[in-house]
Design a protein. Structure first.
Length: 415
């Protein structure tokens, strides 16, 4: 692989990437250590996650002797199927595509995904992904494409298909230990994505929010973002506050982790909220005692690329900039955020950002009733299944996820 990123990967360099070499001089006392990225250390996306063997069947990257990373990138501009030669002399057909073409492919094929269902092929496919016999049969029975995608996500999350490299898992764990957030108990999380996403992609939803608040001049809105207080409005209202035997409101204590690319402003918004108990704790809706926690490095760039998808703004490069070490630091901080958000008891966010949509996919679970079908054998040894016993979509559940603004419809791949 050949790419333009320092250290050979957009995800930066862990200490494991380097190999120490000694420069021999006339005197051993003058030996100097030079650190270079090891030639056999994973590059590109492989530096972040382990490639599943069930996906590639253990095969090497095809045609590595004739096609470089640059060649594959050039071919991915259009949907291409090529025939090339592997280092061992065998020929192989390779379909090359970029993200936009993959999305278009899913849109085109969506209606034909369930033709022939239920089918042995669909059951085998699900089994290869780690499904039990009962789960595989349910997957084969599904015909609604949205239900299929959610069931697929449930299977993938159960199987733990996203496996980070050992150094990523190690450094994220070490980084999480520096957090004040008590992760050993239940906590909630809020994701506030602003920055470049609000300039064009989500502008109409920001305008729609302010119109709903009585502001009619689209060119003179109070802010160009949805206020943090609106995210908090997704907690239950006063009418849902629990009361004790004496009719007194019971206070529910909640530790709330806030992941944002706009930490300075969000801190200011929290300071301006009413009913403060401490600088970082407020009483909301009379019964929710919310204590806010932030990433300990929230004063530096949140986005992997810097200030946004386009990189750093002029004069805004943080320490380390776009160096291999700077990228790795932002990578670890971002993954730590992702882990915290995906495992939160309640998640409040939106689907305008890729991050928000990714968190939702990681919160999909198979419903418990699915498990009861496994092991109930018929007389012939086959698995007993009562087809269509549940409504479409009830075979999966999503951990408590509340959408603060914008569309509340989770998009399937291709949309």
């Amino acid at each position: 692989e050949i790419n333009t990123y320092a250290g050979g990967s957009q995800f930066g360099c862990p200490i494991d990437a380097f190999r120490e070499t000694m420069t021999q001089t006339s005197s051993l006392r003058h030996q100097q250590a030079n650190w270079n990225v090891a030639s056999d250390f994973p590059l590109g996306f492989s530096r972040l996650v382990e490639h599943p063997s069930w996906l590639s069947h253990g095969c090497e990257v095809p045609c590595s002797g004739t096609h470089s990373y640059k060649d594959w990138r050039k071919l991915s501009i259009h949907w291409n199927e090529i025939t090339c030669t592997n280092p061992d002399g065998t020929e192989v057909n390779v379909v090359v595509s970029g993200g936009s073409h993959i999305r278009a492919h899913f849109r085109k094929q969506e209606s034909s995904m369930t033709i022939g269902h239920p089918s042995p092929a669909a059951e085998k496919w699900a089994t290869n992904l780690g499904a039990t016999p009962g789960e595989a049969e349910i997957f084969s029975d599904l015909k609604d494409t949205r239900a299929i995608w959610d069931y697929l996500l449930g299977l993938m999350n159960k199987a733990g298909f996203l496996r980070f490299r050992p150094w990523i898992a190690r450094d994220v764990e070490l980084f999480l230990k520096s957090f004040e957030l008590p992760t050993g108990e239940s906590y909630d999380a809020i994701h506030v994505r602003r920055g470049d996403k609000l300039v064009e992609e989500a502008r109409k939803d920001v305008v729609k929010y302010w119109l709903s608040q009585g502001h009619r001049d689209e060119d003179n809105l109070p802010t160009d973002y949805v206020p943090f207080a609106h995210y908090l409005s997704k907690w239950d209202g006063r009418d849902a506050c629990p009361v004790d035997d004496n009719g007194e409101v019971e206070v529910i204590k909640r530790n709330v982790y806030v992941a944002t690319d706009d930490p300075v402003v969000v801190h200011e918004e929290i300071a301006a909220l009413p009913n403060h108990i401490t600088p970082n704790t407020i009483l909301w809706n009379e019964c929710h005692e919310l204590t806010f926690y932030f990433n300990p490095t929230d004063d530096s760039a949140f986005h992997l690329n810097g200030d946004g998808e386009g990189g750093f703004e002029e004069g805004r490069e943080v320490e380390g900039g776009d160096s291999c070490f700077g990228r790795y630091h932002r990578n670890i901080a971002s993954i730590a955020d992702m882990m915290i958000l995906s495992k939160a008891r309640t998640f409040i966010g939106e689907f305008n950002s890729n991050w928000g949509r990714a968190i939702r996919t990681m919160r999909v679970r198979l419903s418990k009733p699915v498990a009861q079908y496994d092991g109930a054998a018929n007389g012939d040894g086959s698995i007993a299944m009562e087809r269509n016993i549940q409504e479409v979509g009830s075979f999966t559940r999503t951990l408590d996820t509340r959408i603060a603004w914008g569309s509340d419809r989770a998009r399937t791949p291709g949309y």
